[in-house]
Structures are given as C-alpha cells and as structure tokens.
Design a protein around this ligand. Sequence first.
Ligand SMILES: C[S@@+](CC[C@H](N)C(=O)[O-])C[C@H]1O[C@@H](n2cnc3c(N)ncnc32)[C@H](O)[C@@H]1O
Length: 358
Amino acid sequence: MSTLAQQPLDETKLHEFVMKAVGEMGAAMNAALIVVGDKLGLYKAMAGAGQMTSVEVAAKTKTTERYVREWLAAQAAGGFVTYDAATGKYTLPPEQAMALANEQSPVFLPGFFEVVGACMRDEPKITDAFRTGKGMGWHEHDHALFSGTERFFRPNYRAHLIDEWIPALGDTTAKLQAGARVADVGCGLGTSTILMAEAYPKSSFVGFDYHPKSIEMAREAAEKAGVADRVKFDIAKAKDYPGKGYDLVAFFDCLHDMGDPEGAARHVLGTLDANGAWMIVEPFAHDKLEDNLNPIGRVYYAASTMLCTPASLSQEVGLGLGAQAGEERLRKILNSAGFKRVRRAAQTPFNMVLEARQ
Ligand SMILES: C[S@@+](CC[C@H](N)C(=O)[O-])C[C@H]1O[C@@H](n2cnc3c(N)ncnc32)[C@H](O)[C@@H]1O
C-alpha cells in the first residue's frame, strides 16, 4: 500500500491548500505580466489617468488593444487595477501607481519581477546544481538579474542610505562632508556608490566588483549621473581590492554572496583607516529560521536558494552563508576576522545595517 493511501486526508485542509496554490499560480503568472506592463509603460500610462478603456491604454502606449484587454483583465482579477463593470473602464489606484509606475517612489517594485524572470530562465542550471553540489556565480546568471537587482534596490538605498544609514555610523557623516575616501565593495551597478558621491562631493569613491559587466554598467551610470570626476569603478574581488586607509568601506547586500566572508572581512580590516568604519548592509533576518518564516523571509530564502547560496558555493571556501544568516552569525564572522566592535547601526523591514570597527 502506498504511503499516500495510509495517511488520512483532511478534505478541508486539502481544499484550502489547493486554493492557496491557485493563488500562487496567479501570482507567479502575474510576475511575467508585471514585466510586460513595466516594459511597455502600461502602468505608467494608467498612473493618475483615472478610468481608462483598453482602447485608450493601448493607444497611449502604442500597443495592440486585444493584448492590453487580456492583460487588464488579469490585472483586475489580481487586484492590481480596479474594473468598473458599468463603464467597462479600468483604473490604476494611486497606491498601485506608487508601487508599479513611479520609479522615484521608495516602494517601486517592478525590478524584483525582472529578477524573478531571470530565476525562471536559470532554473535548469540551479536544478542541476542541486544534484552536483556545484555553485553558480553571479556572473553566470541571465542578464536581467543585474538590472532587476539594481532597479529593486535603488529605491531602498535612495530612501535610507544618506538620511539614515550613514548618519548612524558615528563620525562618518562629518568625515564624508569634509572629504573622505570610500570603497564600495560588491558594488554591482554602482547605485549606492553614485548616491554617496552625489551627497558628499568633497569625498572620493571607488566601487569594486568581481563582475566585469557590472563594472562596465556602473561606469556608464557614473558618467550619466555627472559624478565620474569623483567616482571610479574597478574590477576586483572583496579579498584583494586595492587601496589602504579608507575612512568608510561599504558592502551592500553582498557579504553573504561571498564564498569566504571571513577572508573578505580580514581584507577589509587591512584596508580601513584605524578610525574607519565598515558598513555592512545585509537582508534583514532574525537569528533563528523559525523567526524568519514570514512573507519577507520567504522572498529572501527563495532568492537565497536561486542566487545567493549558489553564488557563495561557486567561490573559494564556499561557506554558503545564505541571505538569512542573521546578526549573530555575521557578528561571529566579523569578530573572528578581527573586528572588535560590531553593532547594529540601523534597520528597516528589509535590511539590517551593521557597523564594524577595529
Ligand atoms: C546582490 S548583488 C548586490 C550588488 C550591489 N551591491 C547592490 O546593492 O545593488 C551582489 C554583488 O556582489 C558581487 N560579488 C559577489 N562575490 C563577490 C566577491 N567575492 N568580490 C566582489 N564582488 C562580489 C556580485 O558580482 C554582485 O554584483
């Protein structure tokens, strides 16, 4: 007799779970529709425009009405737009517009759905990695991952970095205002580096990342932002980036992606000025798995399975810290690398900011 047959089934619970999974099917399919809406400017066309027909949305975005009508129906079924049956018109409510159409808003979300697309396209490689135990480096992923990550993190950095996180690091703001030397390690497309360079024009900044394509894109972004005079981007690994005497070293959402975070920490210690600060921005996590079993923890564990853990396993040591390591584990790593003073300087629902000093 099969194991299934031996277990009594609670029909109500089964029904509840299947309906929950149907909700997930809709959400998963909608990830693709969000990318479509973002790329074609459908949400932007509807933002602040009041009620619109599918014909009007299609005309405004120069797209095909039959596709737009189907897309709008899916958006209405998911609560992304409202539908008025009496007029046959659709509205993007202001809250949805803030999250889906306004690139300047602190909760602009479409970037994450580009990341989801990249994860789906890379799924065969990750499935294979489960079997072989091999890692998969950040650079080996579908390219949508790079811009998607940047677009997803940017609103968060814009909202918190200059106004909250840096001021939480003791004398760091004063040093940056006067003219300091800053290294942004694992800088990706350089958004955090550029934001700091815009805020502190007397300081000089260098962003390092081991991924050549990211560095190329970061250089272009610095040119575009008009800060290329005080920002440099170079290809380097966290364990061997050049320079000494930095007043601030920053790691944004990348320490846990590294194979050897303790080795990286030792290198940071050697490159910091004796009075310098290391700012480590990590995904927010509690120390125990059971305390991270919530919607944000779920997103992070999933991203960690597809991206962060494979990235770490692809590098030397291959610690595989995961994106939900928690403060206690991070603190142990920093302490054993030689950082004597480690404190949580700031936090948001999404991030934890640690400050480490000699
Ligand atoms: C999740 S992304 C974060 C990028 C950027 N800091 C941000 O917040 O948008 C992680 C970054 O760490 C970089 N990275 C991973 N391991 C690295 C290492 N050992 N040395 C330098 N960069 C590394 C990756 O190339 C990638 O750009």
